[in-house]
Design a protein around this ligand. Structure first.
Ligand code: TXA
Ligand code: MG
Length: 318
C-alpha cells in the first residue's frame, strides 16, 4: 500500500505521537518531526543516515512565531523575514534555550523558515510545536520534489508522505546567517541573490571551498545522482569525449538534436523558475535509465541560474 496521502489530520496525529511525516514545501519535500521530541529527532538522523554534526532547519507557521525560537533578531533579519516569508529563505539566528541542542548540533544558532506551501502552513498551524525538517532524501543523494521520490527512498522507514503535489521552486531554500548584525549567504538557493540584495544591499557569500562549512549543504559533493555527471558550457564538445557510451543530456532550453542520446530539456520557454522546478526530477529520471554518463549544460550566471549551477556543480564528481 502507498504511504502517500492527503490526510492532514493523520499527519497531525502521527507527528503528535513522535512519528515522522514527509511534508511538502515549495522548495523540496522535508522529513519532519516534533522539534521537542528526542525520539522523533533521533529518527530523522537515523532514517536519513545523516551525521549528527549537521544541524536541522526549524519550520514555523509565521513571522511572528520567530520570537519563540530566537533570542535576538537583527534589523536586516526582520526586513528579510517581512519581505520573503512565507518563502524559500532560511535565517540562521541565535537560538533561545527552548531549542534542543540535538536540532542545532550543539551550535548556539538555529536555522528557521516559514515555508510557502498551503498544506504545510495549515499543518503547522494545527500543531503545538514547530517541525524540524531536513530534505527527505538519504544524506548526499538527490533531494525529493515529488511524493513518489520520497516513497522510493523511505517506504520501509516512515508511515506517511503528506501529498502536496510537485514542489514549484524545486531547489532548497537560500540560507542566510548573520555576522556582526550583517547578513551573509551560507547556501545559494531558491530565492535569488538579486532579490535579497534589493532588500538589504550587497551581500557576501561564504566561501564555498571552506574545510569546515557553516552549512554542510555546502559540501562539495552533495545532491548527487548515482550516474557520473559532468557540468559543461558546451555539451556537444563534451559528447565527443565519451564515444560508445550511453549518455544522458540535461539542457536549459535548446535541444542538441542528437538521436543517440537521452535528452531532457528543463524549460523549452527558457524560464529559470520552470527549469529549477524540473531539475531534481530530471536527475532522478536520468538516474533510472542506467546511463554511463550524464552531461549537464551550465546555466547563465544570474538569478536562479547561479543557484542551479551551484547544485549541478555538487552533482558532479569534479
Ligand atoms: O528548502 C529547504 O531548506 C529544505 C526544506 C525541507 O525546508 N530543507 C533543507 O534542509 O534543505 P537540509 O537539512 O537538507 O539542509 C539544511 C542546511 C544544512 O546544510 C545545514 O547544515 C544548514 O542548513 N544549517 C542548519 N542549521 C544551521 C545552523 N545553525 N548554522 C548553519 N547552517 C545550518
Ligand atoms: Mg538536504
Amino acid at each position: 500500500m502507498s504511504i502517500i496521502s492527503k490526510d492532514i489530520q493523520k499527519a497531525v496525529q502521527l507527528l503528535t505521537n513522535e512519528q515522522l511525516v514527509a511534508i511538502p514545501t515549495e522548495t523540496v519535500y522535508g522529513l519532519a518531526g516534533n522539534i521537542f521530541s528526542e525520539k522523533a529527532i533521533n529518527s530523522i538522523f537515523s532514517t536519513k543516515k545523516r551525521p549528527f554534526f549537521n544541524p536541522l532547519i526549524v519550520h514555523i507557521p509565521s513571522v511572528e512565531f520567530l520570537e519563540n525560537v530566537v533570542t535576538h533578531i537583527p534589523k536586516k533579519a526582520k526586513l528579510l523575514a517581512d519581505a520573503f516569508w512565507p518563502g524559500s529563505m532560511t535565517l540562521v539566528l541565535k537560538k533561545n534555550r527552548k531549542i534542543p541542542d540535538l536540532i542545532t548540533a550543539g551550535k548556539d544558532t538555529v536555522a528557521v523558515r516559514v515555508p510557502n506551501h498551503p498544506v504545510t502552513l495549515s499543518l503547522l498551524r494545527q500543531l503545538a510545536f514547530p517541525l524540524a525538517a531536513p530534505s527527505a532524501n538519504p544524506f548526499g543523494s538527490i533531494s525529493p520534489t515529488k511524493p513518489s521520490h520520497v516513497e522510493n527512498y523511505f517506504k520501509n522507514d516512515i508511515q506517511m508522505v503528506l501529498d502536496g503535489g510537485s514542489c514549484k521552486n524545486g531547489i532548497e531554500s537560500t540560507i542566510i546567517g548573520f555576522e556582526n548584525e550583517e547578513p551573509i549567504i551560507y547556501r545559494l538557493g531558491a530565492l535569488p541573490l538579486e532579490d535579497i540584495e534589493a532588500v538589504v544591499g550587497k551581500i557576501a557569500i561564504k566561501n564555498k571551498k571552506e574545510q569546515n562549512p557553516e552549512a554542510p549543504g555546502m559540501l562539495a559533493r552533495h545532491y548527487a545522482p548515482k550516474t557520473k555527471t559532468f557540468l559543461v558550457n558546451d555539451v556537444l564538445s563534451e559528447l565527443k569525449k565519451h564515444p560508445n557510451k550511453k549518455i544522458g543530456v540535461l539542457v536549459f532550453k535548446d535541444s542538441i538534436n542528437n538521436d543517440s542520446v537521452t535528452e531532457i530539456i528543463l524549460s523549452e520557454k527558457g524560464v529559470m523558475q520552470e527549469a529549477a522546478s524540473n531539475l531534481y526530477n530530471s536527475l532522478h529520471l536520468l538516474d533510472t535509465y542506467h546511463l554511463d554518463v550524464i552531461i549537464a549544460e551550465r546555466f547563465p550566471e544570474n538569478g536562479l541560474g547561479t543557484s542551479i549551477n551551484d547544485r549541478l556543480q555538487r552533482a558532479t564528481f569534479a
